[in-house]
Write a protein that binds this ligand. Structure first.
Ligand code: NAD
Length: 494
């Protein structure tokens, strides 16, 4: 069986005390196993990152930039190969896997402009003969802990900027689909990144705990579920690290009565069931405002019957399997319980039959969902769309704002005034106007509000430069030594 190694100091390390299974979700077969790092193995990787730090932070911006240009070239050339890895371990269809890589490449492009992002400021003559300038320096060794659902894009969200800013990195990808991180680290090495600058350690809680507590690790970037994000934020902060921990989501798509219902239904189906609903920006709640609910539900339902669900390698598949059998069963349990909670099961994905042992589940649509029902309150993270019917725009905004999560939301309308009010009123970090999945482009930053993000800075883009660097301000004067005198007063700006 193929073993997925750690990458420590430029070397593949496969020996481990424990290994985790890696499945092909389309067949249900375990095809690989991944080395799970012990505390000692993580320690070894931290040491490699620490030793590589002085030379990397001293590497010129020009040299760093050249590496990022090369990484972009290599990732573009080998996109199909990486997409095949994503599909074989995550299950998403190949076109979606390629889309994930393309969006991840935006972060490499942003990192290629590091000479601009890292520019400081300078003020001349702030006092007589005194100048001040500011610089930004790397925080040091950074830990990046990533979820299963975007095995290439989320690592690229983090490592692009972390490395560009002069840090060395320990990447701990999801143990469910870990090969993409290894592939990416090897491309960075091929592009000229020195050994030890980007290390990949696989593992579970045992490995993560070391990263959260080790004094050499100065910053932690995390993306995953809310309970783990909250725990990571607390623990790493307690150990003196800066932390950004992005959590789960329940994204509402609000449809106003004036919206084009066909366009809204197309968007809802795409955003709810794409990648089997395993996207942190997936639409999981459709909010029908006013008297359009019956028509909207019918428009969505009619589009669901033709969705082609099958292996991600089949070009005709629009949706693949879920990540594991356990997760598939958990998602199905929400549909099973929905009717007892008072929702109407319009389409039951459990009725769709599949050949073989893959972790497939059909798409589900629940109508008359409400707060207080598990199917509404919990992040299901699967192909289940719940419809909530409300009377007014104000009811829709209240629903979104009272939700525990605040990752993304969208409004569908032809009314610019309503859209502007929504942008102003709504309490989420990312808003789409007639855009169902408003993931910001790489020149902006990504992050939610409320229980979707613990910390202050969002991920990638301009916020990432602030997160991965420390500011330093230098005050300079070059007086004539002959004018020197003792003055015990506090320095005044004159
Ligand atoms: P997860 O929280 O189970 O795992 C995320 C990472 O944490 C993995 O690397 C995992 O190995 C590690 N981990 C798991 N349990 C741990 C523990 N007890 N202690 C320390 N580390 C632990 O999340 P997942 O199932 O891999 O990913 C899906 C979740 O991620 C969903 O909730 C989704 O909404 C969220 N997500 C959020 C965003 C965002 O930007 N907000 C993006 C993608 C995914």
């Amino acid at each position: 069986m193929q073993r997925i190694p750690h990458i420590i100091n430029g070397r593949q390390v496969s020996e481990a005390e424990r290994y985790g299974p890696v499945f092909n979700p389309a067949t249900g077969a375990q095809e690989k196993e991944v080395a799970l790092a012990s505390a000692a193995r993580v320690e070894e990787a931290i040491q490699a990152a620490q030793e590589a730090l002085p030379a990397w932070r001293a590497t010129s911006l020009a040299r760093r930039t050249a590496i990022f240009f090369k990484v972009r070239e290599l990732l573009t050339e080998r996109k199909a190969e990486l997409a095949a890895i994503l599909t074989s371990e995550h299950g998403k269809v190949l076109s979606d896997a390629e889309g994930e890589i393309t969006r991840g490449l935006e972060n490499i492009e942003f990192a290629s402009a590091l000479a601009l992002g890292l520019k400081g400021e300078r003020s001349e003559q702030v006092a007589t003969g005194v100048d001040v300038h500011s610089i930004r320096q790397p925080v040091g060794v950074v830990a990046c802990i990533t979820p299963f659902n975007f095995p290439a894009m989320v690592p690229l969200w983090m490592i692009g900027s972390a490395l560009a800013c002069g840090n060395t990195v320990l990447l701990k990808p999801s143990e469910k689909d870990p090969s993409a991180a290894v592939f990416i680290a090897e491309l960075f090495a091929e592009a000229g990144l020195p050994d030890g600058v980007l290390n990949v350690v696989h593992g579970d809680k045992e490995a993560v705990d070391v990263l959260l507590e080790h004094p050499v690790v100065k910053a932690v970037s995390f993306v995953g579920s809310t309970p783990i994000a909250r725990a990571i934020y607390r623990r790493a902060a307690e150990h003196g690290k800066r932390v950004q921990a992005l959590g789960g989501a329940k994204n509402h798509m609000v449809v106003l009565p004036d919206a084009d219902l066909d366009m809204a239904a197309d968007a809802a189906v795409s955003a709810a069931y794409g990648s089997a609903g395993e996207r942190c920006m997936a639409v999981s709640v459709l909010v029908a405002v006013g008297n359009i609910a019956d028509d909207l539900v019918e428009a969505v339902r009619s589009r669901m019957t033709d969705l082609k669900i099958g292996p991600g390698t089949d070009p005709s598949s629009q949706m693949g399997p879920l990540i594991t059998a356990e997760h598939r069963d958990k998602v199905a349990s929400y549909v099973a319980g929905a009717a007892d909670e008072g929702a109407t099961v319009v389409v039951d994905g459990r009725d769709t039959a599949f050949d073989g042992d893959g972790f497939f589940l059909g798409v589900s649509l629940l109508d008359h969902a409400k707060p207080g029902m598990k199917a509404y309150d919990d992040e299901i993270f699967g192909p289940v769309l719940s419809v909530v019917r409300v009377e007014t725009y104000a009811d829709a905004v209240r629903l979104v704002n009272e939700n525990q999560y605040g990752n993304g939301t969208a409004i569908f309308t032809r009314d610019g005034g309503a859209a502007r009010a929504f942008e102003f009123d709504v309490e989420t970090g990312m808003v789409g106007v007639n855009v169902p999945i408003p993931v910001p482009v790489g020149s902006f930053s990504f992050g939610g509000w409320k229980d979707s993000l613990f910390g202050d800075t969002h991920m990638y883009g301009p916020d990432s430069i602030r997160f991965y660097t420390r500011g330093k301000v230098v005050t300079t004067r070059w007086p004539d030594p002959a004018t020197s005198e003792i003055d015990l007063g506090f320095p005044q700006v004159l």
